[in-house]
Design a protein around this ligand. Structure first.
Ligand code: NAP
Length: 482
């Protein structure tokens, strides 16, 4: 199945931080793929910007090397590269000073969409916005893309929103959470709102509980010192898991429109109960036979930062009161898996007798790997004799269902094109980010004030034993991470 490609309008896209890891690994490859798919019209230009002094040719050479390094077998061939590189330019610029700004301003065209991608350290977001204002580069067609982290608590997020609002209105600000660009995450909305049979069951009356799992096999790697100041709560829960929870729990928006969707997500965040310390488990991975411990990787023997977190979250609204959402995410776990499992309640009465081997219905939405859905249902086990029941899986892999040659675009491909189109549905609004921090901050504050340290877990396990107890206390169990 070939995806439909609608070319966007001509644009000037400036990537601040174009020599950095994110630009080389994700943003530039995503742009090249969109170019290859025919989505960029004549008149689409991409300008790399960073402090490093380099010529346009040097920049193109760097991008070419990045394609080899990060795209492997999917790297574009020489002809595709050459055509894409025609669109590239480079300007040396300092976000903190005046160097390069006049040159960049001179390259901007008046009559096209202008997008400025802030792929730099968060401390540079404010100075970049101020310089765009100072050098008169902000037009009504201007948009900025702001990478995560958007603040590291409510106060800093609010301050950043305030700074950006001095130069841009909300419709010009695209706060990225790349999870929202994942096809399968968007599929959550399709599954919920394009099918009649889920919605009547999607509430506390029929859903016993929900589990949201984002497990990684990797450790913190080269991000050690950064991660030590962040931890899984700030790095994953406040943004990615929160977004998944919102899409799962929100009311149907009146239409698929940026503010209609974001209004409904915001209502969910406002309805989240404060989380009691007893409903949070933090963990830290120990050293393995071939891997260093978390403390070694972040180079801080006394670190109390969590590389794993599990939480039980309640939502106080009519739809969800009484149905807990269990969230967990961590590094160096057994396998890389992201999924949402909706565990339904038992039927009110079994006509097959109390002894029937009963298993409640379960809907699992797999975000990665092998995106798809599984619905566990009860059927009769074939054969004569008594009525024996069996729990079986109705299993669907999206790749199989949609055709093996289907190219699932990377989240960044989708999101950058949405910026050019001016569609904010998959980006976080300022009030949404602030509400998420307002819920997160007290949870972090509670453990920062306590002497408790994260529980240790073995690399390659499914997390600390304490996380098992968190859910066992409610007579439930986690789905296995396999
Ligand atoms: P990085 O590898 O450290 O790159 C930083 C970039 O900023 C470089 O191109 C650097 O180039 C440029 N830069 C630094 N100071 C500058 C200045 N004063 N003026 C202009 N440019 C300057 O960082 P990254 O990993 O790409 O991350 C960029 C942003 O994306 C961060 O906010 C990060 O949190 C976020 N993010 C990254 C990832 C990821 O996977 N890497 C994932 C999610 C979010 P020069 O030194 O040449 O100036």
């Amino acid at each position: 199945m070939v995806a439909r490609v609608i070319p966007v309008d001509p644009f000037d896209l400036v990537i601040f931080g174009a020599t950095g890891d994110l630009a080389r690994r994700k943003i530039l490859p995503a742009l090249c793929r969109r170019f290859g798919e025919g989505q960029m019209p004549e008149g689409a230009r991409i300008i790399g910007a960073a402090r490093s002094e380099m010529s346009r040719d040097d920049f193109i050479e760097m991008v070419s090397q990045a394609f080899d390094e990060f795209l492997g077998a999917q790297a574009p061939d020489a002809a595709q590269r050459a055509a894409f590189f025609e669109r590239l330019d480079y300007v040396a610029i300092d976000a903190m000073g005046d160097d390069g700004w006049t040159t960049l301003a001179g390259q901007m065209r008046e009559d096209v969409v202008r997008a400025f991608y802030f792929s730099v350290a968060p401390s540079l977001f404010g100075p970049l916005a101020a310089n765009l204002g100072k050098f008169r580069m902000i037009t009504p067609q201007t948009r900025i893309v702001v990478e995560k982290p958007f603040g590291n608590d409510l106060q800093t997020a609010r301050a950043l929103n305030h700074t950006l609002a001095e130069f841009f209105d909300e419709t010009q600000i695209y706060r990225i959470d790349h999870y929202l660009g994942k096809e399968t995450v968007q599929n959550l909305m399709a599954v919920r709102f394009a099918n009649i049979f889920f919605e009547p069951l999607w509430n506390a009356r029929f859903v016993d509980h929900v589990q949201i799992t984002v497990a990684e096999t990797v450790g913190v790697g080269g991000r050690g010192p950064y991660y030590d100041k962040s931890g899984a709560m700030r790095d994953m829960v406040q943004n990615h898991l929160m977004q998944l929870l919102c899409l799962m729990a929100m009311e149907p928006p009146y239409k698929f429109d940026p503010d209609a969707v974001r209004d409904e997500k915001l209502k969910v965040i406002h309805a989240l109960d404060p989380v009691a310390p007893a409903d949070v488990v933090r963990g830290q991975y120990a050293a393995g036979p071939e891997t260093a411990s978390f403390a070694d990787e972040v180079e801080n023997a006394n670190t109390a930062t969590e590389s794993y977190i599990a939480l039980k979250v309640g939502i106080s609204n009519w739809r969800w009161k009484g149905t807990p959402f269990y969230l967990r995410t961590g590094k160096r776990l057994r396998s890389r898996v992201s999924e949402i499992a909706v565990a339904f309640r038992d039927p009110p009465h079994s006509i097959f007798g109390e002894d029937a081997p009963w298993k409640a219905n379960l809907l699992v939405i797999r975000l990665q790997p092998d995106e798809g859905m599984t619905l566990k249902v009860m059927i009769k086990e074939p054969g004569p004799g008594g009525m024996r029941l069996k729990n079986v899986a109705l299993d669907m892999s999206f790749a199989e269902a949609l055709g093996d040659d289907l190219h699932i675009p990377d989240a960044y491909e989708r999101l950058i094109m949405d910026v050019i189109r001016g569609n904010q549905t998959l980006f976080m609004r300022g009030d949404e980010v602030e509400a998420a921090w307002a819920w997160t901050d007290p949870i972090i504050a509670a453990w920062q004030g306590s002497a408790d340290k994260p529980a240790m877990y073995d690399p390659g396990s499914s997390g600390p034993d304490e996380a098992l107890k968190l859910i066992h206390m409610d007579n439930r169990s986690w789905r296995e991470i396999r």
